[in-house]
Design a protein around this ligand. Structure first.
Ligand code: R5P
Length: 292
């Protein structure tokens, strides 16, 4: 197998290739003066199984375009099997027409991935609450891997925890809280969130018993940090001891990280689906296992 490292996932691709002991290639990428992208695969892919790893984090349009060019190129120059690994899958939130006339963006990018001849797709914890099984939106085989247990492992490997409890900051985070809680054999719960604006949320606890306990708040995304900050505030109010903030995808818009730190998180950590300085947990073993 040959791994192609998209520019948004170069470190992760290296880690996956190392784990699988397989060849890694970095495409030649240039931007023309008019903004168009040039891509070239400097490797012989004829008859090979090729996996392209490219997150579609900021800037999503550019990163998607790079992915499409790479997928199409490897198929065109003779790869036997083409796998797209999109650790962070942008546009997943526009999975339906909320208002008449809207583009269903997720459907569009799915069609584009399929139309360039991709054989299989993997992603990690796609924001697919309404969809459930992502196979429903793809005609080709598609798998949504979960990194929640890896975040739980990082927590327990690095901290001596006092009666830990795992909390999802909203209903949609129930599955990550459950995944991490079950991995640690710890209690877990989730809270109820109402979004008041793009950066403002109101969070209400369900049945929180966190007094004197260490808590990890786990979410799929920290974007503006509003959700995480509110969750930390509530846990503090209810007497939690140390609070750890964890997410799969560190989107981190604006000064999100500063806000979460200021709210009193003992540590903030994420995976490398988006390569950030808080990406302390690699999803490479998860991806390597899946595509092996
Ligand atoms: C929402 O459904 C997501 O799971 C996250 O809770 C959300 O994207 C976090 O956004 P923010 O950091 O802006 O509150």
């Amino acid at each position: 197998m040959l791994i192609v490292a998209g520019s948004a996932s170069s470190k992760l691709a290296e880690r996956v290739a190392k784990q699988l002991k397989c060849e890694l290639t970095k495409p030649e990428l240039r931007r023309f003066p008019d903004g168009e992208l040039y891509a070239r695969i400097p490797a012989d892919v004829e008859g090979e199984d090729v996996a392209i790893i490219q997150s579609t984090c900021y800037p999503p349009n550019q990163n998607f375009m790079e992915l499409f060019l790479l997928l199409d190129a490897v198929r065109d120059i003779g790869a036997k099997k083409v796998t797209a690994i999109v650790p962070y899958f942008a546009y997943a939130r526009q999975d339906k027409r909320f208002k008449e006339g809207e583009a269903v963006s997720l459907q569009t990018v799915v069609k584009l991935i399929e139309s360039v001849g991709t054989d299989k797709v993997y992603t990690v914890d796609m924001h697919a609450h309404r969809i459930g099984d992502i196979q429903k939106i793809f005609k080709i085989p598609a798998q949504n891997l979960t990194a929640a247990p890896l975040l739980a492992k990082y927590l327990t490997d690095n901290y001596q925890l006092e009666d830990p409890v795992i909390i999802g900051p909203d209903e949609e985070a129930e599955r990550w809280a459950k995944g991490a809680g079950e991995f640690l054999d710890a209690d877990w719960d989730y809270m109820i969130k109402k979004r008041l604006g793009p950066e403002e949320v109101e969070i209400k606890p369900r049945k929180l018993e966190v007094e004197g306990r260490d808590a990890m708040v786990i979410d799929d995304i920290i974007s503006t940090g509003g959700t995480m900050v509110e969750a930390i505030k509530i846990l503090k109010k209810h007497g939690a001891r140390k609070i750890y903030a964890a997410c799969i995808h560190a989107v981190l818009a604006g000064d999100a990280l500063k806000k979460v730190r200021k709210a009193g998180a003992e540590d903030i950590f994420a995976t490398d689906t988006i390569e950030r300085n808080i990406s302390k947990v690699s999803v490479a073993p998860l991806i390597a296992d899946a595509i092996h």
